[in-house]
Structures are given as C-alpha cells and as structure tokens.
Ligand binder design. Structure first.
Ligand code: GRG
Length: 291
C-alpha cells in the first residue's frame, strides 16, 4: 500500500505540473500561484480514491491519474477560496502561508478560477478517455459536484447555517461541501471500468458515507487535533458559529457517528471482496486520520 500511495502521489504531481505548464506568454505569477496551491501538497485523498475505485473495477491507471489530477485542481480551488478573508480568513494551509498571503487576494481568486477551468480542460482532453460520451459524463458529473448541489451550495450552508441547526442540516451541508467531490472521485473511477448498475449503486452508497466520515473527522480535528500536524489553525468552528458535526452532536457523538458510518461503508463494499482492500484502507484512514 505504501509503495502504491507513493507512486500515486508522484504521478498526480507530475500530471499537475505538466497541466499547469510553463509559457513565456502567460502570467508567470498566475502559474506560480496555481503551482503553489496544487503541486506537491495535501494528502491526495480524493485522487487516491479515484485510482483505487478505477483499479477495483479494472479501469485504466493512467486515465484515473488524469481524473484524480482534475479533482485535485477543484479541491485546491475550493481551499484557496475558502481561506480568503471573505470566507474563513485563514493564513496557514498545509503548513505554509495560504495563497492570498503568499501572493495577494486578487491573484488567489484568479488562481482558483484558473484551476477550476484547468480541471475541466483535463477531463475534456482525449488523453483522459478516448470515448467522448464518457468524457462528457465525467465533465457533467464534476460540474454537478461543484455547483449548487455540491461544493458551492454546501459552502453557502456552511457560511450561513440555520439557527439551531439539526443533524440533518449539518449533514446536508457536509455532504455537499465535502461529500460531493468525494462521491465524484469514486463515481468517476468506477466509470473507467466494468461495473453493474447494482455495483455502482453500492459504490455510491459507500462514497456518500465516506464523504460524511471525512468531514466529521475534519470537524473533530478542529477540536482535538494538533495544529502542527493538521497544518492550519484549529478551534475555528465553534468561534465562527458553524453547524459543524461537533457543534451539533458534541465531540464524542461525532466520533461515534463516524464509526457508525465506517461500518456502513464497509458493508457497502462487502460484495467486492479483496478487490476493495484499498478503498477499505482509505475508509479507515478517513476515520482515524490526524491530519
Ligand atoms: C466552486 C469548487 C468551488 C468551490 C466554491 C469555497 C467553496 C465553494 C467551497 C469550500 C469547500 C471546502 C473548503 C470544504 C472543506 C473540505 C475539506 C475537508 C478540506 C480539507 O481536505 P483535505 O484534508 O486537505 O483532503 P488536503 O490538504 O490533504 O488536500
């Protein structure tokens, strides 16, 4: 697993490096900000999920790497914008200054925009898949994961939570803000191989629970994590009045809920037997991670 993860991370990085590219005719500052945000940082959880899901159903590794790189571009965009003064106003991300601190606010906004465009450019390229119908579906599903029913909609619920938010309000926010891209990562990987409708529906069930688990752990780490290890300021959720899992359920219940969801993830994967080993490991990581 460790060797595999290293290979995945290297391949994602070289794909992203090539995708950002270098050209004397382009703004060097924009390329530098994009590279700073997307190359060589983060756990690559979503990209790894895509590759693990693709390999499980017999999909092509190289195609999965390209999709994983596109997803990391969207993820990086969401982090750049989330860190801006008008949103979470963070100065540290992945253990280094946030993009607007390292460059400036305008450059950060534009670098995010360019990374979002780059994600769709990667997906629409024939190198990602020779079949135009599959490429169109990859693009469509990513647009849906990013838009009103996905990251953008979830971020609005996060910034403007209802008064006395319930568990279902919290889950509605977290399943969009974080879950939608994780769901897409699994679904896109599955699109590369052979998957019956029944298998696909079990993979989607798995991915939806995993997305919630991942964000619940993020909320728990905001309360009990070590800022050095997490690489950003913690303890911000309660202060900002977010309807986080810990604010709504309390830390202990949030942890219990993540264990319940982990069991449901494993149940959804049970029919895939030992082919699902990487997805099972990624689930365990999501529940227990310290960063
Ligand atoms: C239009 C793409 C788009 C976004 C606009 C700003 C925004 C709306 C959404 C932000 C959503 C957000 C920041 C969700 C948090 C997700 C999350 C758990 C981030 C941390 O992910 P990790 O732990 O980070 O995978 P690394 O650094 O490891 O990649």
């Amino acid at each position: 697993m460790t060797v595999w993860i290293h290979r995945v991370r290297n391949d994602i990085d070289s794909t992203l490096e090539a995708a950002v590219g270098q050209s004397a005719e382009r703004s060097a500052n924009l390329a530098a900000a994009m590279r700073y945000a997307v190359v060589g940082g983060g756990k690559r959880f979503r990209a790894t999920l895509t590759i693990a899901a693709a390999e499980m159903v017999g999909g092509c590794y190289e195609q999965a790497v390209r999709i994983g790189a596109a997803i990391e571009c969207v993820h990086a965009q969401s982090l750049i914008h989330d860190d801006l003064p008008c949103m979470d106003d963070d100065s540290l991300r992945r253990g280094k200054p946030t993009v607007h601190r390292q460059f400036d606010e305008a450059t950060a906004v534009i670098a995010g925009d360019a990374l979002l465009a780059l994600a769709f450019e990667i997906l629409a390229d024939e190198l990602t898949h020779p079949d135009a119908t599959i490429r169109a579906r990859l693009v469509l599903r990513l647009a849906q994961a990013v838009g009103q029913d996905g990251l953008a909609g979830g971020q609005m619920l996060d910034l403007y939570p209802p008064v006395n938010a319930s568990q279902s309000d919290m889950e509605a926010c977290e399943s969009r803000k974080t879950g939608a891209l994780i769901r897409y990562a699994v679904e896109a990987g599955a699109m590369l191989g052979q998957c019956s409708p029944e298998e696909l529906s079990r993979l989607i069930q798995f991915a939806e629970r995993l997305g919630l688990v991942f964000q619940i752990r993020d909320d728990v780490l905001d309360v009990i994590g070590d800022p050095e290890e997490v690489g950003k300021a913690l303890g911000k959720d309660i202060a900002s009045g977010r309807a986080s899992a810990t604010a709504v359920l309390g830390v202990e219940n949030a942890i219990l809920q993540s264990h319940r969801l982990e069991r449901e993830c494993l149940e959804a994967l049970s029919g895939f037997g030992s082919n699902a080993l990487a997805l099972k490991d990624l689930t365990s990581f999501a529940v227990r991670r310290h960063h």
